[in-house]
Design a protein around this ligand. Structure first.
Ligand code: ACO
Length: 309
């Protein structure tokens, strides 16, 4: 029996920070941000809303969609690089708040690719029969580590959380193939230094624009399909130009690419599950569709999956 996604959820904080707002904080322009990244606005969590609060909201939404209660969960995985603190983990806080009395819990640190690492970890537990239901959440409050005086980075990021419940689905449906990778030699290009994000944008761009298209093609081929068979591509929402590169490499039309980077900016580990959840709720994903999720992030890390919905 293959492991598949049986419920999705997401949450974004209420406060909207527009490009026009940023023009008042740093030397930038709406035009620069839009044309270089595709971002128009992003959400910023309030002071009394931490990563675990964002994660909790997304988790409740996903459990409801899956029709699963907290106590039925066997494992909770939270992908984040901005936990409330190093311990107790965000996943343990959720275990308590969700009443997941039978669940193990751990956080995963793989930056923007963290949700992909979570999905694949969950798949192993489910397909060996060890666990039945696993909750995977990508949640980040990057505004905590954003340098609001650095125009190179502060215009790119936002806060949010997305979640998925996984369980055994069938022999034909679920996760068909995956790829995970890392390259620590590129770690210097995107790092947390002195509690702030430091980034060499051009190097990260070069890596991402090569890796996302390549990994997308790999998982489709491993699953035994042709590139054009992909019904919906859900890439990490960092920059519309990088996302477009992946779409073009697959050779699929524009309406098969999930885009919400304009509304949320780069929400790190939350970006793929937010886009997935919105796509499910907007009816973009239907039964038997071939879906590709693909992400990259600091580390450097990357990951992709092909899913038969
Ligand atoms: N407003 C105005 N000008 C700016 C801004 C800004 N916000 N930021 C940078 N500039 C300037 C730069 O200083 C540079 O000026 P210079 O040429 O005089 O030095 C100029 O704009 C052009 O910079 P480029 O690097 O050529 O711009 P580019 O087209 O590469 O776009 C960007 C920059 C958007 C950062 C791009 O490189 C990118 O998206 N990189 C990937 C970043 C990314 O995805 N990071 C997240 C990874 S995921 C994770 O783990 C969090």
């Amino acid at each position: 029996m293959k492991a598949g996604i049986i419920g999705t959820g997401h949450y974004a904080p209420e406060k909207v920070l527009t490009n026009a707002d940023l023009e008042k904080i740093v030397d930038t322009s709406d035009e620069w941000i839009r044309t270089r990244t595709g971002i128009e606005e992003r959400r910023i969590a309030s002071d009394n809303e931490d990563t675990s609060d964002l994660a909790y909201m997304a988790a409740c939404n996903a459990l409801e969609e899956a029709g699963i209660k907290g106590e039925e969960l066997d494992l909770i995985l939270v992908a984040t690089v901005t936990p409330d603190q190093s311990f107790p983990t965000v996943s343990c806080k959720l275990q308590d708040r969700l009443g997941a009395t039978h669940a193990a819990a751990m956080d995963i640190s793989a930056a923007c690719a963290g949700f992909m690492y979570g999905l694949i970890t969950a798949k192993q537990f489910i397909e060996t029969g060890a666990y039945k239901y696993v909750l995977i959440i990508g949640a980040d409050k990057l505004s905590k580590i954003t340098d609001w005086t650095d125009r190179n980075t502060c215009v790119l990021f936002g806060d949010g959380a997305g979640a998925a419940v996984m369980g055994p689905v069938s022999e034909e449906r679920g996760i068909l193939s995956f790829e995970l990778g890392s390259d620590g030699s590129g770690g210097k290009h995107l790092a947390e230094e002195n509690n702030h994000i430091e980034m060499n944008g051009r190097e990260v761009f070069k890596f991402a624009v090569r890796q996302m298209p390549e990994s997308s093609v790999h998982v489709v081929e491993k699953a035994g399909y042709a590139k054009e068979d992909v019904d919906y591509l859900i890439p990490h929402q960092a920059n519309i130009r990088i996302m477009e590169a992946a779409r073009q490499r697959l050779g699929i039309p524009e309406d098969r690419l999930a885009v919400n980077v304009n509304k949320y900016g780069n929400t790190s580990a939350a970006s793929i599950p937010i886009a997935l959840s919105e796509s499910v709720k907007n009816g973009k994903i239907n039964d038997d569709n071939l879906i590709v999720l693909v992400g990259f992030g600091g580390g450097l890390t990357w990951g992709a999956v092909a899913i038969k919905w």
